[in-house]
Write a protein that binds this ligand. Sequence first.
Ligand SMILES: NC(=O)c1ccc[n+]([C@@H]2O[C@H](COP(=O)([O-])OP(=O)(O)OC[C@H]3O[C@@H](n4cnc5c(N)ncnc54)[C@H](O)[C@@H]3O)[C@@H](O)[C@H]2O)c1
Length: 442
Amino acid sequence: MPSRRHAVIGLGHRAQLYVDALLGDWSDTGRLVAFCDTNRTRMAYYADRARAAGHPGVPCYGPEDLDTVLASADTVVVTSPDATHARYVCAALDAGADVVVEKPLTVDEAGCARIAEAAERSGGRLTVAFNYRYSPRNAAVRALLAEGRIGEVTAVHFEWMLDTVHGADYFRRWHRRRANSGGLLVHKSTHHFDLVNWWLGSHPVRVFAQTDRRFYGDDGAGAARSAAPRPPRAHRAPTLGRDPFLLDLSADPRLKALYLDAEHEDGYHRDLDPFGAGVDIDDTMSVLVRYGNRSVLTYSLTAYAPCEGYRVAVTGTRGRLELEVCERRWTPPGTALDSTAAGGQDGEHERLTVQEHWKQPEEIPIVRGEGGHGGGDALMLDDLLRGTGDDPLGRRAGYRDGLRSVLTGIAADRSARTGSPVALTDEGTRLAPATEAEASRP
Ligand SMILES: NC(=O)c1ccc[n+]([C@@H]2O[C@H](COP(=O)([O-])OP(=O)(O)OC[C@H]3O[C@@H](n4cnc5c(N)ncnc54)[C@H](O)[C@@H]3O)[C@@H](O)[C@H]2O)c1
C-alpha cells in the first residue's frame, strides 16, 4: 500500500491510538500531515509527542482552516466529540479523502442523513472504527454463527455492565449531554448494536426501549448516598483523594497535560462531579430489537455496576452459544481512572461455550491479542492502516454499518421517550417517520 497522508481531527484521548500507530509500528503505512482541533494546547501535546518520536513536525490548525487540512491529506481520521463527526466526515468525503471515523458515526437522524448522502456522492471510502469487531472473542462468535454451529439464530440476550469507574466517566464530561453524545444508547451501545448486526448478518427493523436515570446526576441514588455537599468538579475539591467518583487530573501526567493544562482555552472540565447538575443522559437502559432475519434481541446496559464486563447468550435452532467476559471483577476504593481498555485488570477473564442439542457443552479456546479491547485495537489498526486484504469475517465496517447501529440507539431513545416501538426501513439505515401521535408526545 502506498504511504498515505493522514490528518487527525480531534486531538484528545482517543487520537493517541492513531497518532502513536503512525509514529510507531505502522509508520511505514503513512505519515501525519495535519492536526486539527479547537484547542491549541492539546494539539501541542501531540505535536511534541510526534517530535519526540523523530517526526519533523505536524502542522496544527483550528477548524477555521479545515480546507487547508483537507487539501493536505488523503486520509482523515475523525476523533473529535460525537456531535462534531457529521460535519468533518461530510467535508472530508466531499474533498475526496478516505475517512476513518470513531464510533458513533454520528448522534442524530439529521447527521445520519447528511453522512449517507455524502458517502453516496463521494469516491472516498468511509470506515467506522468498530474495534470490538476485532476482539478475538467477538470474532470467534461471528465465526461460530457464520459456520452454522447453532443453526439459525432466533434470540440474543446481551447484557453490558459498565462499572462505577468506567461508567462514571461518561457523566464527568461532554458525554453527559445528549446533544453531544446522543446518550449512552448511541455513544456506547453503538458498539453493542453493531456487534449484534454483524454477528447475525442482519439489520434492525423494530425497536422498543425503556430507560431511566437512577444513579448519576444531581437527582440520582448515587448523589443521595453522599453525606457532604458535593463539589462541582474534582480539581481542588476538599474530598479529592477520598471520593472515588472524583477524578484527580493532576495525579496522571497525561490527563494533566491533555485536560487540566488545556482548560484555560475552552473551559473543558474533564473532571466534573458525575452527581452534579447538567446531566441529561440516562444510565439504565433496556431495549428489545427485532431483526430482518426474524431474530430478537433483549439488551441491557447499566453504567454503575460493581464490576465491568458483558454476557451474551445466542440461541439458535440447533443449540446455544454463550460468551462471558469480565473486564474488571472489582475496583478498590479510590480508583477513579478507567484503564479497562488497556487490559490486565483484576479478575479479567473470558469464556466462550457452544452447546448443540443432545451434546455436552464445548469450551471454545480464544487466542487473546495484545493491547486494548482484548487485542482488538491492534488488529483494527492493522486492517485500517495496512489493509490486510484478507477479511473473511467482514470486520471492516462501512457507513451503512455505522448508520444501522446508531439508528438502533436513536430509535431506542425515541421509543423510551414516546412509549411506542419505532420502526426502521431501508435495511436499518433510516427511521420510519414518526406517527402523528408519537410526534406530538414530549
Ligand atoms: N472505540 C473506542 O473504544 C473509543 C474510545 C474512546 C473514545 N472513542 C471516540 O473517540 C472520540 C473522541 O473521544 P475522546 O475520549 O478522545 O474525547 P476527548 O474529549 O478526549 O477529545 C476530543 C478532542 O476533540 C476536540 N474538539 C472538540 N470540539 C471540536 C471541534 N468542533 N472540532 C475539532 N476538534 C474538536 C477537543 O478539543 C478534544 O481535543 C469520540 O467520538 C469517542 O466516542 C472511541
